[in-house]
Design a protein around this ligand. Structure first.
Ligand SMILES: [Zn+2]
Length: 68
């Protein structure tokens, strides 16, 4: 199965992940940052397989002027 894509808004320590490679099941939580430069590959802690990709939220044009 293809890796999951998770938006940064959805990604939290409660995000449940599953590794098709070794059968590992668990929650995310390794990354506490809420901002990613492009995307972050979430790796299985057991076999280091990429099991999900965290993609940034689409830009919201409503308050672009106040963006840091
Ligand atoms: Zn694994």
């Amino acid at each position: 199965m293809a890796r999951r894509e998770i938006t940064s808004a959805d990604y939290s320590e409660h995000t449940q992940l599953h590794c098709d490679g070794c059968g590992w099941n668990g929650a995310a939580g390794e990354a506490s940052e809420r901002r990613w430069p492009d995307f972050v590959a979430v790796r299985c802690p057991t076999c280091d397989r990429t099991i999900a990709t965290v993609v940034p939220e689409p830009p919201t044009p409503k308050s672009a002027a106040s963006a840091s």
